[in-house]
Design a protein around this ligand. Structure first.
Ligand code: TRP
Length: 362
């Protein structure tokens, strides 16, 4: 069996196999039903779900639902972190209540990051970029795990009471070898996921990466034993790191990602030097045989992050496959898109600083 360790993220090669083995449902019927959804949903980066039908019904019938998700304040913010927040902003715009938490407790317990450092990263790296990307204060609760949300006492108790609803055998079956710190983090995450129900919202969706799947199973098991409604989840693939379609962007490996403070020259350098190419070794061969966009990281970044127009993306794909578009040209297109995005984004990020205080008030 394909066990996932949420604290030691590995690259996944075969998502379909993983979904079959771990009982995750296929999301493919939903993207066409969700109007104006972000690229992550439209281009099938979101592959799997649990109980999304319940959420879809709320969207269709304009009934109340909440999004709850967390961020791990462990390093700089890079393009690999966009998938979650773009979905959160989309759901906020169509009327969802948003609960967003900084996992500062988990960062201390499992990554040895101090409280002050975790707070600084959560605010300066994550929250500011989230606001710049379009997160609004309306209908939003933001909290730190160490302080809890509005009903902080009930939240703190929930994670402790949840411990009575599991066993070491179950925890080992879900997480494998687990330390006391990791167990506390898992119970805290369950309290996070169920918290909106303490405020009376029973339909909740947690959009997360596949690496977080064990937490989804654990929180659903506990929910059913504590008379909570089962929380819904969507699971997305990781956007590939620069080294190849099955690599990840890793904060400890600057050549694997572009971060939001990279300047124009650095962006150009990193893409030209590191972005894995699905093209042929020589221009002549490329013209004859064509390239493979499915494994080309520049193409995949355009697909999942930067090229909004389906028609333009399709043209690029066809030209690349036929060989009339070279890797160098494809990279130039991506570099220009990233730099344009970052210039605008950094202006918005400066403005976001003026709004920060109200996001931190509960
Ligand atoms: N464990 C998550 C991570 O590593 C962070 C997290 C904490 C979280 N609580 C959560 C994510 C609740 C989703 C829902 O990124």
């Amino acid at each position: 069996m394909n066990k996932i360790d949420p604290w030691e993220v590995k690259e996944v090669k075969d998502y379909n196999k993983l979904m079959r083995e771990l009982g995750v449902d296929d999301f493919s019927q939903f993207p066409k039903k969700l109007k104006d959804a972000p690229l992550e949903i439209r281009r099938n980066l979101v592959l799997g779900h649990k109980d999304f039908n319940k959420v879809y019904e709320c969207i269709a019938k304009k009934k109340e639902f909440a999004i709850l998700t967390g961020l791990m304040p462990s390093g700089i913010f890079h393009f690999g972190h966009m998938s979650v927040i773009n979905q959160v902003i989309y759901y906020q715009n169509i009327g969802a209540k948003i609960y967003l938490l900084a996992a500062d407790l988990e960062a201390q317990l499992t990554r040895s990051i101090g409280q002050k450092e975790a707070e600084k990263i959560a605010i300066e790296e994550y929250l500011l970029n989230y606001i710049a990307l379009g997160l609004k204060k309306k209908n939003l609760t933001f909290y730190f795990q160490t302080r809890g949300p509005k009903k902080s006492q009930e939240y703190a108790n929930l994670s402790k009471l949840a411990s009575a609803k599991t066993t070491f055998n179950e925890v080992k079956a879900i997480y494998g070898d687990i330390t006391p710190q990791k167990l506390i983090s898992a119970l805290t995450q369950t309290a996070d996921i169920l918290y909106p129900q303490l405020e009376g919202i029973n339909t909740t969706l947690t959009p997360i990466g596949f690496d977080q799947l064990p937490h989804a199973s654990f929180s659903r098991d506990i929910a059913s034993r504590m008379s909570f409604s089962l929380p819904a989840f969507t699971f997305h693939k990781l956007i590939p790191g620069l080294q190849g379609p099955n690599t990840k962007m890793s904060s400890s490996k600057p050549e694997s990602y572009i971060d939001f403070s990279d300047d124009e020259k650095t962006v150009e350098y990193k893409i030209k030097k590191y972005a894995f190419s699905g093209g042929q070794p020589t221009i002549k061969e490329h013209k004859e045989k064509g390239g493979n966009p499915d494994i080309d990281v520049s193409f995949l970044w355009l697909k999942y992050l930067f090229e909004d127009s389906n028609k333009k993306l399709k043209n690029l794909e066809e030209e690349y496959r036929s060989g009339s578009l070279s890797t160098g040209e494809l990279k130039e297109i991506l570099i220009e898109k990233i730099n344009k995005f970052l210039i605008k984004h950094n202006m918005k990020r400066e403005k976001a600083k003026n709004h920060l205080a109200k996001f931190l008030k509960n």
